[in-house]
Design a protein around this ligand. Structure first.
Ligand code: FUB
Length: 646
């Protein structure tokens, strides 16, 4: 995992990128404790999974902890696993009970505090693991903290210089503890006795401007709200003040949270079962802003999908993570119910339906083009507005997802709230919007207009062209590899380069979905208008930075019978490598021009059914393209198959 992270960082990608809620989008995360160490926010969370030992038992299951960090609350890096259940000397190695954790720093040591099921005995004990850095490696103490039985530890390093430990045991417990948390330094006291009934778990205590805040999940009606009480003393008595967040309308039974001050603002980290609506024990971490009244009381926080941070207008604006939605005639749905981490889309059902997405940064220069990924059974028209800027766009019907670039006479600059309203048509489904600087005149009049070369793949399987060239491809937006010369593309270099992991499922049988993302890059399914796929045009359409790129591509060749004795025949500008059904078929090194049938593989057999072809092309300066076909034993093109990107 570390290697993958380093590589992704080198590619200017973060392991997880997201500006909206949920913030972690490739695994379930819950019970977030956010701490600031070294100018970054570190997120210690539970890692929900489906129980591998008792899948039918619909209960919490957690085998390890990850930690995540961010400098802007928008881009989150996953530092990988910091502690596993097998590495807790006193814990059950197969207990799957690594519930809500916390972490604090003292004198350069990081103390990670966590509950776990003890090897001997029942229930939960609370243990500590120590490291020299916030992302570990953490080593667990031999024994849990004596006399502390329960879950959801929280540590307060108070302004009185003392360390306090809180947890959920026989009620809401608190005690002074030694700084290294090896043991308690005082007698535990119960803190919930004078609070309204309904405390369950998950206390989080913090200090602000002379007040101590005891915040906790509280069941008032059906599911957990987040409530709080205040005191002048870390161990109370605490006076109940009210709700920070109401219970969720769709019944995720738990909520669990922390509050943290970062760069002058306060944030609430909490969780919800966004990616798992049918099973509320698989949750995901969210963030929203918190405000305080002058008397120190907390203003209730409304949970949002939009979350925190500013989104660049030049990024893909995931409109489904909206700030506000017109609720009568608009709704949210998964792009693929089977793959929730792929995200959602918004449906604007009738004219008048709208969605609003706040805090989009248009920069100093108004954009020239708007790109929209959408689907609509009928022709539609939308209005898009941001501050004073407003524009109407026609979107032609498309039954499959389509990315369309449109001229945008849209004088928006600075940070604005973006609103999209359906003007004509019905059930317009929107995945994302993005603005670019390209002026439409230069975009459409010059030879860079993408539609001249590549159009979104649609309809049933495609056929190869009369000369056998495969024209339907899934292309990943280019990865920056700023080589100034093509001389470096030796066989050794290429093998190492293409061996690196760039995305999940690389060279696998299942292709990424059209529109799915790798960090901030997106996969696109295209049909090429030409026999050669113009990668250079693809890159130019995305940004002005079009040289020094690594491209990944894949397609599926469907055969209704086995086709033996064929060769994969490729021309590529520049160097490339190709795989058929997981096996290497061709490596083309050096500074290459795109020449039809430049290189052909050894003889191979296309199976009956699906044959998965992967390719990677890298180029320094110069144009990039490729053409691929299969030739039979006589050197004639093979054409009796179809092609899809699934
Ligand atoms: O994650 C397991 C448990 O669910 C936590 O310990 C509780 O606070 C609740 O969020």
């Amino acid at each position: 995992m570390k290697r993958l992270l380093i590589l992704w960082a080198a590619l200017h990608l973060s392991a997880v990128l997201s500006a909206q809620n949920p913030i972690i989008r490739d695994q379930y995360t819950a019970d977030p404790t956010a701490r600031v160490f070294g100018g970054k926010v570190w997120l210690y969370a539970s890692h929900d999974i489906l129980s591998p030992v008792e899948p039918e038992k619909k209960w919490f299951s957690m085998a390890d902890y990850h930690v995540f960090s961010s400098e802007n609350l928008v881009d989150w890096t996953d530092h990988g696993v910091i502690l596993r259940q097998e590495n807790v000397p006193w814990g059950k190695p197969d207990g799957y009970s690594m519930w809500a954790p916390d972490c604090v720093e003292k004198n350069g040591k990081y103390y990670f505090v966590f509950p776990d099921a003890p090897r001997n005995g029942r229930g939960f004990a609370i243990g500590v693991a120590v490291a020299d850095a916030p992302d570990g490696p953490f080593r667990a103490y031999e024994k849990p903290i004596p006399g502390v039985w329960g879950i959801d530890p929280c540590v307060l390093q108070a302004s009185d210089g003392k360390t306090y430990l809180y947890w959920s045991g026989m009620g809401l417990m608190g005690a002074q503890a030694k700084d290294d948390l090896t043991e308690l330094a005082g007698t535990p006291v119960r803190l919930d006795e004078n609070l309204p009934q309904g405390f369950k778990e998950g206390p989080f205590i913090f200090e602000r401007e002379g007040h101590f805040y005891l915040t906790y999940p509280w069941v008032q009606d059906k599911t957990e709200t987040l409530a709080y009480a205040m005191s002048d003393n870390p161990l109370g008595p605490y006076e109940f003040k009210g709700l920070i967040m109401a219970q969720s309308p769709n019944e995720c039974w738990t909520n669990h949270h922390s509050l943290v001050q970062y760069q002058g603002e306060w944030y609430l980290f909490y969780h919800h079962n966004d990616y798992s609506p049918a099973f509320d024990k698989n949750r995901s971490v969210r963030i929203d802003k918190v405000l305080f009244n002058p008397d120190g009381t907390i203003l209730p926080v409304t949970p949002t999908f939009r979350g925190v941070g500013i989104t660049s207008a030049r990024d893909q604006i995931q409109i489904d993570r909206y700030s506000a939605l017109c609720h009568q005639n608009a709704f949210l749905a998964f792009l693929d119910d089977q793959r929730p981490f792929e995200g959602w889309f918004i449906s604007l059902v009738r004219p008048g339906s709208w969605v609003r997405y706040d805090r989009v940064d248009f920069g100093e220069k108004a954009p020239g083009t708007l790109s929209v990924r959408y689907r609509a059974a009928k022709d539609c028209a939308v209005s898009v507005s941001a501050g004073e800027a407003a524009c109407r766009f026609d979107l032609p019907a498309s039954v499959s997802w389509k990315t369309l670039s449109l001229p945008a006479d849209f004088p928006a600059t600075g940070i604005q709230d973006l609103k999209v309203s359906l003007e004509e048509g019905e059930t317009l489904q929107l995945d994302w919007l993005s603005f670019t600087d390209t002026s439409w005149e230069s975009f459409s009049d010059s030879s860079t207009a993408l539609e001249k070369y590549l159009v979104p793949a649609s309809g049933k399987n495609a056929s190869p062209d009369a000369d056998g060239f495969v024209r339907r491809w899934l292309l990943l937006e280019p990865i920056s590899k700023p080589h100034r010369s093509n001389n470096v593309f030796t066989e050794t270099y290429l093998r190492e380069l293409f061996k690196e992991p760039y995305f999940p499922g690389q060279l696998g049988e299942i292709l990424p979905k059209d529109g799915s993302r790798v960090g901030n890059l997106c996969w696109h399914a295209f049909d090429s208008r030409l026999f050669n796929v113009k990668l250079f045009r693809f890159a130019s359409n995305l940004s002005e930075d079009r040289y020094g790129k690594l491209y990944w591509m894949a397609t599926v060749v469907h055969c209704d019978r086995e086709i033996p004795d064929v060769r994969l025949s490729v021309g590529s500008n520049g160097a490339s490598m190709w795989w058929v059904n997981g096996e290497e078929a061709l490596l083309m090194d050096g500074d290459r021009r795109m020449v039809v049938d430049d290189c052909a593989s050894e003889r191979l057999t296309l199976k009956k059914g699906r044959n998965v072809i992967w390719g990677a092309v890298i180029n320094g300066p110069g144009l990039s393209d490729f053409c691929v076909r299969f030739l039979d034993g006589n050197g004639n093109p093979v054409t009796h198959f179809t092609v899809s990107t699934k």
